[in-house]
Design a protein around this ligand. Structure first.
Ligand SMILES: *Cc1c(COP(=O)(O)O)cnc(C)c1O
Length: 370
């Protein structure tokens, strides 16, 4: 690959490897395998980064959504609105809670949940919660959604799996809202473990206590208080995350600079780009571009592959197009078209100016010849 999509070699540089191996030795020496000191340290630091009152480390990002739903007492017989562009887990978590998914359509330019579609769905469905997704790291319109949801007592659970270090507005980090936000630390995310891990941030002590109990078999200070699960986070994963957290801000800044350069160098081409207003807010987990049709998308991707440039389909299908959930109700017209015409080009903090120029040049070359 001339321009790789991810760059784990640079992410896990020699100095980092040295430090993490020291931590692993320490964990083995002290037999502190689950929920150790790095868990506690990370939870405090990550809550601060995201502007949240509380943070709890969990086993993965999908559990985080399920646990947030359970904390809001959502299960059998309840309906939950889910943004129609996301990773499968956003809908899967709802179904694994025994609840029903109602798809909410997205903004055709961004893939973010569309409040107008939510309003329309509320005319036909009684929703107990909604799951907006900060897709690609862009902030979903939480304030607007709150205006709709608050009077109807609809809970908002923000899927922030892609938005570590992202912002709603200039000074307000994702996580500083009045909602539970869920995160994934799958290795490819902006902040990734050496395997699976996830987290929630929570706005109140009560929600934190409930979710803390759920993650550890419903334990409370006086025995088991509820039916929970095991979603504890290994100490080794916490040690990795706590160490990597030091570099996250700097890496996100690098992503922003790369995004700005892409936005500039691709501006004259027939592609749909995100508006510049997102440049300093998004965590730029991914850099999506839209084209006119599925055929163009496939041809352009082939061209990039031939030239040694990584790319990926996030997402190949809208959620309502996925077989196990295609029976779910809701709205999805924009989402279907968005998935069909969108793909993502290399985005990682280690791309050089030469990499960016090469990717842009090859996209330009494609349109010259097609
Ligand atoms: C990665 C991701 C998840 C799932 O997280 P896991 O840690 O893989 O369980 C959920 N939602 C979105 C939007 C994601 O990108």
């Amino acid at each position: 690959m001339r321009v790789p999509f991810y760059n784990f070699a640079k992410l896990h540089h020699a100095e980092f490897q040295k430090e993490i191996l020291e931590r692993f030795k320490e964990i083995v020496a002290t037999n502190t395998f689950v929920e150790g000191k790095y868990n506690t340290q990370f939870e405090a630091e990550f809550a601060e980064l995201q502007g949240a009152k509380h943070c709890l480390l969990l086993a993965n990002g999908t559990d985080a959504i399920e646990i947030a739903l359970q904390a809001h007492d959502i299960g059998h017989g309840d309906k939950v609105g889910v943004a129609a562009i996301s990773f499968f887990a956003s809908a899967e978590a709802v179904i694994n809670r025994g609840a029903e998914v109602v798809f909410i359509d997205v903004d055709p330019k961004t893939g973010l949940i569309d409040p107008a579609s939510l309003k329309k769905m509320l005319e036909v469905h009684k929703l107990k919660a909604i799951i907006p997704v900060h897709i690609y790291g862009l902030p979903a319109p939480i304030e607007e959604l709150e205006k709709i949801c608050k009077p109807l007592d609809i809970k908002i659970i923000e899927d922030g799996a892609q938005s570590q270090g992202g912002y709603y507005t200039n000074k307000k980090p994702i996580g500083s809202s009045n909602n539970i936000v869920t995160y994934s630390f799958y290795p490819t995310k902006n902040l990734g473990a050496f395997g699976d891990a996830g987290a929630v941030t929570a706005p109140t002590q009560e929600l934190k206590d409930t979710m803390m109990s759920i993650r550890n078999h419903g334990r409370s200070p006086k025995g088991h208080a509820l039916i929970g699960r095991n979603s504890r986070c290994d100490h080794m994963q916490a040690a990795v995350l706590q160490l990597k957290l030091r570099e996250l801000n700097q890496q996100n800044e690098a992503r922003k600079e790369i995004a700005k350069k892409y936005l500039e160098s691709l501006a004259h081409l027939p592609v749909r780009l995100l508006d510049k207003k997102w440049a300093d807010l998004s965590s730029w987990h991914l850099f999506p571009i839209g084209v006119e049709s599925e055929a163009v998308k496939l041809k352009l991707r082939n061209h990039l592959t031939e030239k040694g440039i990584g790319s990926a389909l996030f997402y190949e299908k809208s959620l309502p197009q996925e077989k196990p959930i295609q029976h779910c109700e809701g709205e999805r017209k924009n989402a279907d078209h968005f998935a069909l015409t969108t793909f993502t080009i290399p985005m990682n903090p280690f791309l050089t100016d030469e990499d960016i120029a090469l990717v842009s040049k090859e996209i330009e070359n494609f349109f010259k010849n097609n």
